[in-house]
Design a protein. Structure first.
Ligand code: F6P
Length: 282
């Protein structure tokens, strides 16, 4: 069964969300999402747009959104389950930085081992879409009314960028030593605070490390397995990189007992991931 109708629905959502980002007010709603983040009206609107586009696709059995407490059944006879973060990093919109949507597509169950594809959209100066499916990471840029395919994305053995997330004050000492070690090897700091553009930059510039460790205030990290971590782990592995947790386990082997569970996570090319393993003694 082809996933094309799902990719097409994501493409339609991307245009509608891009339009909402450009034209709508950016006020805060009076509620928080399931993880406790304050919701922007745009978060809610983006969530509704995606749910509406997915409800038209009968192959989609269920959806889980970062903005909703529980998963929702769309078509009981459908096959695929999609977990998505409709507007990741949305608080960056008021300073006009890039944000994104993230989708993990699963065959039959929300388990990392059942992931068959992942997709993300970058709303930046340009609209871009990246799919990881059947062994390749394809990159599209929206130009002159259509998504133009670019070169396939592959990571080099070793990159130049270092994107360390979280508050330094709360990092464990071995994590700080690892981050400092990369800087002393000449790595350059690239961190906007938006997971989508930060990981996209590392992918397009050939490699590097994005890390979000467990910290003294957030021992299990901040980033959500189902909505952020698993989809990007799938992209990085498909591009020839690696994605692990603080124990050196592949992120795509981790269980997920609650849709909003988080994990420390490291995404990068092979050289930098080896450095993480060395620093963490795993
Ligand atoms: O989960 C939301 C998010 O904004 C991610 O997009 C981003 O990588 C992360 O939080 C940034 O967190 P921090 O500011 O703690 O580094």
């Amino acid at each position: 069964m082809t996933l094309q109708p799902i990719f097409d629905a994501i493409e339609r959502s991307a245009h509608r969300i891009r339009d909402a980002i450009t034209n709508e007010d950016l006020c805060y709603a009076d509620q928080c999402n399931a993880t406790g983040d304050t919701q922007l009206k745009l978060d809610i609107q983006s969530d509704l747009i995606i749910a509406e586009e997915f409800s038209k696709i009968t192959a989609i059995k269920a959806i889980a959104s970062e903005e909703k407490e529980e998963a929702e059944t769309l078509h009981a006879e459908g096959r695929y389950m999609i977990a998505y973060d409709p507007l990741d990093g949305s608080s960056l919109i008021d300073v006009n930085l890039s944000v994104g949507s993230i989708f993990g597509i699963y065959d039959g169950a929300f388990e990392a081992s059942k992931m068959v594809a992942s997709v993300y959209v970058v709303y930046g100066p340009r609209l871009e879409l990246v799919t990881a499916y059947k062994g390749s990471v394809r990159h599209f840029i929206f130009r002159h009314g259509r998504f133009d395919e670019q070169e396939t994305i592959t990571l080099k053995e070793k990159g130049k960028l270092n994107a360390p997330g979280g508050t330094q004050q709360h990092w464990p000492a071995h994590h700080k030593a690892m981050v400092d070690g990369l800087f002393s090897e000449g790595y350059r700091l690239r961190y906007s605070g938006g997971m989508v553009p930060d990981l996209h930059q590392i992918l397009l510039k050939g490699g590097g490390l994005f890390s979000y460790p467990g910290t003294t205030d957030k021992p299990e990290g901040k980033l959500r397995k189902l909505f952020e971590v698993f989809p990007f782990a799938f992209v990085y592995e498909t591009a020839g990189g690696e994605a692990i947790n603080h124990e050196g386990r592949r992120l795509l082997e981790l269980p997920c007992n609650d849709p909003h569970e988080t994990t420390p996570c490291f995404f990068g090319s092979k050289y930098e991931i080896a450095k993480v393993k060395e620093a963490y003694g795993v």
